[in-house]
Ligand binder design. Structure first.
Ligand SMILES: [Zn+2]
Ligand SMILES: [Zn+2]
Length: 254
Protein backbone atom coordinates (compact mmCIF):
# COMPACT_ATOMS: atom_id res chain seq x y z
CA UNK A 1 0.00 0.00 0.00
CA UNK A 2 1.46 3.41 -0.98
CA UNK A 3 1.69 6.21 1.57
CA UNK A 4 -0.88 8.20 -0.46
CA UNK A 5 -3.34 5.32 -0.26
CA UNK A 6 -2.79 4.89 3.43
CA UNK A 7 -3.28 8.65 4.04
CA UNK A 8 -6.54 8.55 2.07
CA UNK A 9 -7.70 5.51 4.01
CA UNK A 10 -7.26 7.11 7.40
CA UNK A 11 -8.40 10.64 6.67
CA UNK A 12 -11.84 11.67 7.86
CA UNK A 13 -13.30 11.26 11.28
CA UNK A 14 -15.93 8.80 10.09
CA UNK A 15 -13.37 6.39 8.70
CA UNK A 16 -11.38 6.48 11.92
CA UNK A 17 -14.55 5.86 13.92
CA UNK A 18 -15.40 2.92 11.64
CA UNK A 19 -12.00 1.33 12.20
CA UNK A 20 -12.18 1.88 15.97
CA UNK A 21 -15.65 0.35 16.04
CA UNK A 22 -14.46 -2.69 14.09
CA UNK A 23 -11.64 -3.21 16.61
CA UNK A 24 -14.06 -2.78 19.52
CA UNK A 25 -16.55 -5.21 17.93
CA UNK A 26 -13.76 -7.76 17.56
CA UNK A 27 -12.79 -7.46 21.23
CA UNK A 28 -16.36 -7.18 22.56
CA UNK A 29 -18.73 -8.95 20.13
CA UNK A 30 -21.97 -6.91 20.04
CA UNK A 31 -25.41 -8.28 20.80
CA UNK A 32 -28.97 -7.00 20.42
CA UNK A 33 -29.69 -4.77 23.41
CA UNK A 34 -33.16 -6.28 23.69
CA UNK A 35 -33.02 -10.04 22.95
CA UNK A 36 -29.21 -10.40 23.24
CA UNK A 37 -28.77 -12.31 19.97
CA UNK A 38 -25.30 -11.79 18.39
CA UNK A 39 -24.97 -8.93 15.93
CA UNK A 40 -22.40 -8.49 13.13
CA UNK A 41 -21.56 -4.94 14.27
CA UNK A 42 -22.47 -2.47 17.04
CA UNK A 43 -23.63 0.41 14.82
CA UNK A 44 -27.28 -0.54 15.26
CA UNK A 45 -27.87 -2.29 18.58
CA UNK A 46 -31.10 -4.03 17.58
CA UNK A 47 -31.51 -7.24 15.59
CA UNK A 48 -33.86 -7.28 12.58
CA UNK A 49 -36.71 -8.80 14.57
CA UNK A 50 -36.56 -6.30 17.47
CA UNK A 51 -36.16 -3.46 15.00
CA UNK A 52 -39.37 -4.59 13.28
CA UNK A 53 -41.18 -4.48 16.63
CA UNK A 54 -40.40 -0.79 17.28
CA UNK A 55 -43.40 1.51 16.99
CA UNK A 56 -42.66 4.90 15.49
CA UNK A 57 -45.25 7.53 16.35
CA UNK A 58 -47.41 8.40 13.38
CA UNK A 59 -50.71 10.06 12.50
CA UNK A 60 -53.45 10.27 13.52
CA UNK A 61 -52.19 12.07 16.61
CA UNK A 62 -53.10 15.05 18.80
CA UNK A 63 -51.50 17.99 17.05
CA UNK A 64 -50.72 19.58 20.43
CA UNK A 65 -49.38 16.90 22.80
CA UNK A 66 -48.58 14.25 20.17
CA UNK A 67 -50.78 11.54 21.73
CA UNK A 68 -51.26 8.78 19.15
CA UNK A 69 -54.89 7.85 18.48
CA UNK A 70 -55.75 4.17 17.97
CA UNK A 71 -56.39 3.01 14.41
CA UNK A 72 -55.21 4.55 11.19
CA UNK A 73 -58.41 6.43 10.33
CA UNK A 74 -58.95 10.19 10.52
CA UNK A 75 -56.60 13.14 10.65
CA UNK A 76 -54.69 14.81 13.48
CA UNK A 77 -56.90 16.63 15.97
CA UNK A 78 -56.88 17.97 19.54
CA UNK A 79 -57.26 15.28 22.22
CA UNK A 80 -59.71 15.65 25.10
CA UNK A 81 -56.90 16.02 27.67
CA UNK A 82 -55.43 19.00 25.77
CA UNK A 83 -58.86 20.66 25.63
CA UNK A 84 -58.98 20.62 29.44
CA UNK A 85 -55.32 21.24 30.39
CA UNK A 86 -53.26 24.40 30.66
CA UNK A 87 -50.43 23.68 28.30
CA UNK A 88 -47.46 26.01 28.02
CA UNK A 89 -45.69 24.23 25.17
CA UNK A 90 -47.00 24.52 21.64
CA UNK A 91 -46.33 21.02 20.29
CA UNK A 92 -44.79 17.84 21.65
CA UNK A 93 -43.52 15.07 19.40
CA UNK A 94 -41.79 11.76 20.10
CA UNK A 95 -39.94 9.31 17.90
CA UNK A 96 -41.36 6.12 19.39
CA UNK A 97 -44.14 4.66 21.47
CA UNK A 98 -42.49 3.53 24.71
CA UNK A 99 -42.52 -0.27 24.76
CA UNK A 100 -40.17 -3.10 25.82
CA UNK A 101 -37.74 -2.54 22.93
CA UNK A 102 -37.47 1.22 23.54
CA UNK A 103 -37.31 0.60 27.29
CA UNK A 104 -34.21 -1.59 26.75
CA UNK A 105 -32.59 1.17 24.68
CA UNK A 106 -33.46 3.91 27.21
CA UNK A 107 -32.20 1.71 30.05
CA UNK A 108 -28.90 1.21 28.17
CA UNK A 109 -28.59 4.97 27.77
CA UNK A 110 -29.60 5.91 31.31
CA UNK A 111 -27.77 3.36 33.36
CA UNK A 112 -24.80 2.20 31.31
CA UNK A 113 -24.29 5.22 29.02
CA UNK A 114 -23.74 3.05 25.98
CA UNK A 115 -22.58 5.42 23.27
CA UNK A 116 -23.63 2.81 20.70
CA UNK A 117 -27.20 3.38 21.91
CA UNK A 118 -26.91 7.02 20.85
CA UNK A 119 -25.70 5.96 17.42
CA UNK A 120 -28.67 3.59 17.19
CA UNK A 121 -31.04 6.49 18.00
CA UNK A 122 -29.37 8.63 15.41
CA UNK A 123 -29.93 6.02 12.70
CA UNK A 124 -33.56 5.52 13.79
CA UNK A 125 -34.25 9.26 13.84
CA UNK A 126 -33.92 9.38 10.06
CA UNK A 127 -36.85 6.93 9.80
CA UNK A 128 -39.25 9.25 11.64
CA UNK A 129 -41.05 12.31 10.35
CA UNK A 130 -42.09 13.57 13.78
CA UNK A 131 -39.63 16.45 13.77
CA UNK A 132 -41.26 17.93 10.66
CA UNK A 133 -44.15 19.22 12.83
CA UNK A 134 -41.91 21.20 15.18
CA UNK A 135 -41.33 24.93 14.82
CA UNK A 136 -37.94 26.31 13.89
CA UNK A 137 -36.03 27.08 17.05
CA UNK A 138 -33.30 29.40 18.32
CA UNK A 139 -32.22 27.17 21.17
CA UNK A 140 -32.33 23.49 22.04
CA UNK A 141 -32.68 23.02 25.80
CA UNK A 142 -32.33 19.57 27.44
CA UNK A 143 -34.56 19.02 30.48
CA UNK A 144 -32.04 19.57 33.29
CA UNK A 145 -31.10 17.22 36.11
CA UNK A 146 -30.46 18.53 39.60
CA UNK A 147 -26.73 18.85 40.26
CA UNK A 148 -26.89 16.05 42.89
CA UNK A 149 -28.51 13.63 40.40
CA UNK A 150 -26.02 14.73 37.74
CA UNK A 151 -23.11 13.89 40.04
CA UNK A 152 -24.58 10.45 40.79
CA UNK A 153 -25.21 9.56 37.15
CA UNK A 154 -22.31 11.45 35.64
CA UNK A 155 -24.26 12.78 32.66
CA UNK A 156 -27.65 14.13 31.66
CA UNK A 157 -29.28 11.71 29.22
CA UNK A 158 -31.44 14.53 27.77
CA UNK A 159 -28.27 16.48 26.89
CA UNK A 160 -26.76 13.38 25.24
CA UNK A 161 -29.95 12.93 23.20
CA UNK A 162 -29.96 16.62 22.17
CA UNK A 163 -26.33 16.32 21.03
CA UNK A 164 -27.12 13.16 19.10
CA UNK A 165 -30.28 14.38 17.37
CA UNK A 166 -29.03 17.90 16.64
CA UNK A 167 -25.34 17.33 15.99
CA UNK A 168 -25.49 19.67 12.98
CA UNK A 169 -26.96 22.44 15.16
CA UNK A 170 -24.94 21.79 18.28
CA UNK A 171 -24.19 25.50 18.74
CA UNK A 172 -27.91 25.96 19.53
CA UNK A 173 -27.82 23.49 22.42
CA UNK A 174 -27.90 25.39 25.73
CA UNK A 175 -27.75 23.45 28.97
CA UNK A 176 -27.25 26.49 31.22
CA UNK A 177 -30.50 28.35 30.40
CA UNK A 178 -32.85 26.21 32.45
CA UNK A 179 -31.76 24.93 35.87
CA UNK A 180 -33.24 22.31 38.16
CA UNK A 181 -33.00 23.99 41.55
CA UNK A 182 -34.90 21.39 43.59
CA UNK A 183 -33.91 17.72 43.72
CA UNK A 184 -37.39 16.25 43.34
CA UNK A 185 -38.11 12.59 44.13
CA UNK A 186 -38.59 10.31 41.10
CA UNK A 187 -41.91 10.75 39.26
CA UNK A 188 -42.29 6.99 38.83
CA UNK A 189 -45.57 5.71 40.25
CA UNK A 190 -47.11 9.18 40.71
CA UNK A 191 -50.33 10.23 38.97
CA UNK A 192 -50.73 13.49 37.02
CA UNK A 193 -51.75 15.61 40.04
CA UNK A 194 -48.95 14.20 42.23
CA UNK A 195 -46.42 14.75 39.44
CA UNK A 196 -47.37 18.42 39.10
CA UNK A 197 -47.14 18.89 42.87
CA UNK A 198 -43.77 17.13 42.94
CA UNK A 199 -42.39 19.51 40.31
CA UNK A 200 -43.46 22.74 42.02
CA UNK A 201 -40.59 25.28 42.06
CA UNK A 202 -38.24 22.66 40.62
CA UNK A 203 -37.00 24.72 37.64
CA UNK A 204 -35.64 28.22 37.15
CA UNK A 205 -34.36 30.24 34.19
CA UNK A 206 -30.77 31.35 34.84
CA UNK A 207 -31.10 34.71 33.07
CA UNK A 208 -34.33 36.05 31.55
CA UNK A 209 -32.38 37.98 28.90
CA UNK A 210 -31.27 34.66 27.39
CA UNK A 211 -34.80 33.46 26.67
CA UNK A 212 -36.67 36.68 25.87
CA UNK A 213 -38.59 36.20 22.60
CA UNK A 214 -36.71 32.99 21.75
CA UNK A 215 -38.18 29.88 20.16
CA UNK A 216 -37.06 26.95 22.27
CA UNK A 217 -37.06 23.21 21.68
CA UNK A 218 -37.06 21.20 24.92
CA UNK A 219 -35.54 17.72 24.69
CA UNK A 220 -36.16 14.82 27.07
CA UNK A 221 -36.03 11.02 27.01
CA UNK A 222 -39.57 9.87 27.85
CA UNK A 223 -42.93 11.72 27.77
CA UNK A 224 -45.16 10.06 30.38
CA UNK A 225 -47.91 12.51 31.41
CA UNK A 226 -46.02 15.53 30.05
CA UNK A 227 -45.90 17.18 33.51
CA UNK A 228 -42.14 17.69 33.46
CA UNK A 229 -41.89 19.27 30.01
CA UNK A 230 -45.02 21.36 30.67
CA UNK A 231 -43.52 22.72 33.89
CA UNK A 232 -40.25 23.51 32.07
CA UNK A 233 -42.27 25.23 29.30
CA UNK A 234 -44.24 27.23 31.90
CA UNK A 235 -41.04 28.53 33.48
CA UNK A 236 -39.56 29.40 30.07
CA UNK A 237 -42.73 31.15 28.80
CA UNK A 238 -43.09 33.11 32.04
CA UNK A 239 -39.47 34.22 31.63
CA UNK A 240 -40.42 35.63 28.21
CA UNK A 241 -39.74 32.80 25.72
CA UNK A 242 -41.68 33.28 22.46
CA UNK A 243 -42.54 29.62 21.88
CA UNK A 244 -41.67 26.24 23.38
CA UNK A 245 -41.91 22.95 21.50
CA UNK A 246 -40.97 19.56 22.92
CA UNK A 247 -39.20 16.57 21.47
CA UNK A 248 -38.82 13.32 23.37
CA UNK A 249 -37.36 10.03 22.37
CA UNK A 250 -40.48 8.10 23.35
CA UNK A 251 -43.94 8.59 24.78
CA UNK A 252 -45.92 6.26 26.96
CA UNK A 253 -49.05 4.90 25.29
CA UNK A 254 -52.18 5.93 27.19
ZN1 LIG B 1 -33.24 -8.52 19.19
ZN1 LIG C 1 -53.32 16.24 23.26
Amino acid sequence: MTSTNSTTLFTGKKQIQRVLRAIKDLCFPPSCISCEISLPESRLLLCGQCLGELHFTESPLCFRCGRVFPGRQGGDHLCSACMKSSLYYNRARSLFIYDDRVSDLVHGLKYSCKTSVLETFNILKTKSRCLDDLSTFDYIVPVPLHVKRLRQRGYNQALLLARTFFYEEKNKIKNDILLRIRNTPSQTGLNGVERRKNLKNAFQVSDQKNVSGKNILLVDDVFTTGSTVNECARVLIQAGAGNVDVMTLARVRE
